[in-house]
Design a protein around this ligand. Structure first.
Ligand code: ADP
Ligand code: MG
Length: 453
């Protein structure tokens, strides 16, 4: 079914009404509510916001999603641009009051005990635990619940979209609810730098130090951002040491382990490793399934099980993308009406699926599997029937079926021109063996982890 509204400004009223649902309260209240319709330029639609800061933020985080919504509402729209229209003074003031970035005077009250920057959806109850994140979850919970400092700092690291920020907010919420008197500061390394620079400029370094050195718990997210920012690092180093000396809890996150953080001074990297360092691994199929099921239960539309399994198979990059996919198919079904189906899902996620696929080719899978089983890549295509070669080859076919969207026949073609029935048989065999052969099951898990990384 096609939407018959031709006027794009009218269409925008429908799309903007969904922004809160699609992107969440936090994004909506903070940024997206400022969007206004400006101009219909055919394939391009122009929206406006009151400040460059809001524009940049929306462009970096939400533009793709907004463009998708437009594309689904009206196929003609290919590009969405956001410009700054400053006349919208009211909104601007309004936003400046809420944004900590804009305040030059720092005080503990603006940050600690303040839950403004915390996403209400990021709490322990909503965090789905599985093998890849169970240690990080346990450590975060321990820090949140403990009255003494057991490991300092707690250092969480892992790839983007795997739950680091979610866990940190969960700790902050827990402390806020259970110990409202404790001074807890959560901020990103970028905000730390902002505050620091602002304090230098406004000559309020005393306030700054006062604030950061008198907290009970300090959490700094995405510490890799400090890479190369030497004076910010220096200041942070002093804050860090002062808090550790006072036995105050510090929690840090980064996209890499302390020792791999380039651009961060050696003395800092070594201290980051003093406490407990835990990594969050890439998701497994089981965890993705669990997360999707939990999220689907909280949606107002029904997502059929085959769609959930399809997403868990296809969207392997990270949890943020999984959520994005759910939001897209939900938005699509709301726009065009009717139930969510596998067909509709494929359609709605065309681009996303292609992006997830482009990452993995049959060659890459063959290479990884060959390496894992210590056989030659050429054996993937050879006609050898020896078990030591034939089994890995079957595993590789199975992985190709799960990690690419190629047909049985196309996969067979790349394994030395084998027939589609050979590939089907391999997939069936490997699925069977997973249940009966624990060693092979383990191999498969390891490979899935490597291939989803
Ligand atoms: P990171 O900070 O590691 O880049 P986030 O914490 O921002 O990742 O997580 C990205 C999104 O995925 C968030 O919306 C978060 O709620 C969700 N998410 C990540 N891991 C889980 C999980 N285990 N259970 C539920 N939601 C998760
Ligand atoms: Mg994060």
């Amino acid at each position: 079914m096609k939407i018959e509204i031709e006027n794009k400004e009218q269409l925008w009223t429908h799309i903007s009404a969904q922004l809160q649902d699609v992107f969440g309260d936090h994004a909506y209240r903070g940024w997206l509510r400022f969007l206004k319709f400006e101009e219909d330029a055919g394939a391009k639609v122009i929206l406006s916001v009151p400040t460059a800061f809001i524009r940049d933020l929306i462009k970096s985080k939400y533009l793709e999603g907004i463009t998708d919504l437009w594309g689904q509402a009206n196929e003609e729209v290919k590009v969405v641009d956001i410009i700054v229209v400053e006349k919208n003074e009211e909104a601007r003031q309004d936003n400046f009051e809420n944004a900590p970035k804009a305040s030059s005077k720092l005080s503990l009250d603006t940050l600690s005990g303040n839950t403004d920057g915390l996403d209400p959806r990021f709490n322990f109850d909503n965090f789905v635990v599985g093998k890849p994140n169970e240690l990080a979850y346990a450590a975060a919970l321990r820090v949140a619940e403990s009255d003494t400092v057991n490991f300092n700092p707690l250092f969480l690291y892992g790839g983007v979209g795997l739950g680091k920020t979610h866990l940190m907010h969960s700790i902050a919420w827990h402390l806020h609810n259970m110990h409202p008197k404790r001074k807890v500061i959560y901020l990103s390394a970028e905000q730390f730098m902002d505050y620091y620079i602002r304090s230098l400029r406004h000559k309020t370094m005393i306030d700054f130090r006062d604030m950061f050195r008198n907290v009970d718990v300090l959490m700094v997210d995405d510490i890799q951002f400090m890479s190369g920012k030497n004076s910010t690092q220096e200041e942070f180093f002093h804050t860090f040491n002062a808090l550790i000396d006072q036995k105050k809890q510090i929690i840090l996150s980064a996209d890499q382990s302390p020792s791999d953080l380039t651009g961060i001074e050696e003395r800092m990297r070594s201290r980051f490793g003093w406490g407990l360092v835990v990594d969050i691994h890439p998701t497994t199929y089981e965890l993705r399934l669990g997360i999707l099921q939990a999220k689907a239960e909280n949606l107002d539309v029904k997502i059929p099980q085959d769609v959930i399994e399809f997403l868990a198979h296809k969207i392997t990059s990270n949890v943020r993308e999984l959520e994005g996919a759910l939001n897209k198919i939900r938005a699509r079904s709301m726009l065009i009406g009717g139930p969510i189906t596998l067909e509709g899902t494929r359609e709605a996620l065309k681009d996303l699926l292609r992006a997830n696929e482009r990452l993995l080719t049959v060659d890459e899978i063959q290479r990884q599997v060959a390496e894992h089983f210590n056989i030659r890549i050429s054996d993937m295509k050879s006609s050898k029937r020896l078990r030591a070669v034939a089994r890995p080859r079957q595993v590789a076919m199975y992985m190709c079926k799960n990690f690419t969207s190629k047909s049985w026949a196309a996969i067979g073609e790349e394994f030395g021109g084998r027939d589609h029935s050979t590939v089907m048989h391999a997939c069936k065999k490997v699925t069977e063996l997973k249940g009966t052969d624990p060693d092979l099951n383990e191999d498969i898990h390891i490979l899935e982890r490597i291939l989803s990384a």
